[in-house]
Design a protein around this ligand. Structure first.
Ligand SMILES: [Zn+2]
Ligand SMILES: [Zn+2]
Length: 508
């Protein structure tokens, strides 16, 4: 087919059998996972709507033995480099140890997704595994995951992403139909709302929120209004909407709410996930395949004045959670703004969080200022398990997207599942809070203050200096208590406070 614009390389050009209906079926095998399959189709003049229906089967791996074998392999990888490995050597203990994490993993699932690009190559949206309904895109309406856009004639592209194939064979079926534009056709319009650029609350202070939330625009269970309700129930001041590889949810962010919703996206690559926070438009997350590397992607996030956060870096990986472990080793950590050091509930994800803290220490010891945050990776606001779930607290001049991002960038942050910890220092009559840098004029003592609020049980406070334990104290339960110490810091020193329960050493 000569003269096809926009069709290169491996792209498969599809022709409509009928005037406006097209079906493409095929089989994928295990070796076909982590690839892209682009299908190009021509949209003639006069089309008002594109419908895409996609399905694949089987969805799950039924064979019990194979499940155990593959899940076991993933757990072994997961516990690697964890110092308590000797305790989790047998398969059964392994299962027990990682049980909360893998109970949702059984049975293992195939995971295919679809992205749609228009005739200019612009991203239109992404179909997520949970959606069984056909996708509809027109200039006035779009299904969740997609943004309404003009149906321009030319060569459009559907790209199949094979995130995980765990069965021997997986059959897919892609159906595209083109609907003629007719006068008077009335789709329920998708109202575009502008985001309120001013602040939601004007006062300086600590604001708490969740920076990792999925809606029904990707694999989350809730619509944005449901998320807003759920978030208010949790008493949060802000959230970041971080759907997988799509920004279609931005247009439904309401103009005025008590809650600040930061525009974000979870860059869901085959070799690691990262949050782009405070962005204004879609970020192309493809790395290797597009001859770009992850550092170019980070530059793009920064160009949009956003922050780049590595998400759940040591989460259990393939085939339990496909692409979830951070494996993009060529990343330039100098470009990384944030890292999710506390993913989900500490008790359940102790192993990976332990490893994330060690990576964080390593980066800080290299003199890099990477800020630690938490991530609940919220997919359902109605799940009733907020115990042990961390929240990210940010000190900001006001509750607005700009100021919260500024606070995050500076590291004026603490993460907690309950108590509040305010870490400050004094040097040469000047006061500093966490995230601040003290310029040492001469070798003089710095005095530090730790204020702890709302401690519900006897706990242990640890001050970490340059990656090593520097000070340890017991803290009684109580509303408010203060600890002070002083130190003569060497150049490039850093300090962090951690509170653990006395009994089971859970981070609070
Ligand atoms: Zn993720
Ligand atoms: Zn996520």
């Amino acid at each position: 087919m000569g003269g096809v614009r926009g069709a290169k390389g491996l792209e498969i050009i599809m022709k409509f059998q009928e005037r406006s209906f097209l079906v493409k079926e095929g089989y994928l095998r295990r070796g076909d996972q982590k690839r892209f399959y682009p299908f190009v189709f021509e949209v003639p003049e006069g089309i008002g709507e594109i419908r895409v229906k996609f399905s694949y089967s089987p969805r799950i791996l039924k064979n019990k033995e194979k499940n155990y074998q593959m899940i076991g392999g993933a757990i072994e990888e997961y516990v690697k480099d964890y110092p308590q490995k000797e305790k989790v050597s047998t398969f059964l203990t392994l299962i027990k140890n990682a049980y909360p994490l893998i109970k949702n993993a059984y049975p293992l699932r195939n995971l295919l997704n679809l992205s749609l690009y228009d005739a200019k190559g612009s991203f239109v949206g992404r179909w997520d595994q949970n959606s069984e309904r056909p996708v509809r895109v027109s200039s006035t309406y779009s299904s969740p995951g997609f943004t309404s856009c003009k149906i321009i004639p030319g060569f459009w592209k559907v790209e199949m992403e094979t995130h995980a194939i765990v069965t021997e064979e997986c059959k897919y079926r892609l159906e595209i139909s083109l609907i003629q534009r007719t006068n008077g056709e009335n789709f329920s319009p998708f109202k575009k709302k502008l985001i309120n650029p001013s602040s939601y609350r004007d006062n300086k202070g600590w604001y708490k929120g969740e920076l990792h939330v999925h809606s029904n625009h990707s694999d989350g269970k809730n619509t944005l209004p449901e998320i807003i309700e759920g978030t208010k129930r949790e008493g949060l001041d802000f959230i970041a909407l971080t759907d997988h590889n799509t920004v279609s949810g931005f247009s439904s962010i309401p103009m005025r709410e008590d809650l600040l919703i930061i525009r974000g996206m979870e860059l869901t690559t085959y070799y690691g996930h990262a949050l782009a926070l405070g962005i204004t438009s879609f970020i192309d997350w493809h790395s290797k395949e597009r001859m770009r590397n992850i550092n170019d992607i980070i530059d793009e996030v920064h160009l949009q004045k956003g922050l780049f956060a590595i998400a759940h870096p040591f989460c259990i990986g393939d085939p339990v959670c496909s692409g979830c472990t951070w494996k993009l080793g060529n990343i330039d950590y100098q470009k990384v703004d944030l890292i999710e050091v506390w993913a989900g509930c500490w008790k359940n994800r102790k192993i990976e969080n332990y490893k994330s803290f060690r990576l964080w220490d390593k980066l800080l010891n290299q003199g890099l200022k990477v800020v630690g945050i938490s991530g609940r990776d919220w997919h359902d606001v109605n799940e009733r398990k907020s115990d042990g779930i961390p929240k990210t607290f940010v000190y900001a001049d006001s509750l607005s997207e700009d100021e919260i991002l500024k606070g995050l960038r500076k590291g004026q942050v603490f993460v907690s599942s309950g108590p509040q910890l305010f870490f400050s220092a004094e040097y040469e009559d000047k006061r500093y809070i966490c995230g601040d840098e003290i310029k040492l004029l001469e070798r003089k003592h710095v005095s530090f203050q730790i204020q702890v609020e709302n401690l519900k049980e006897l706990c242990q406070l640890q001050v970490i200096k340059n990656g090593l334990r520097f000070l340890s104290r017991f803290l009684k339960e109580g509303k408010s208590q203060r600890i002070e110490f002083s130190d003569l810091p060497e150049e490039e020193s850093w300090y962090r406070c951690e509170i653990y329960t006395k009994e089971d050493k859970e981070l609070l």
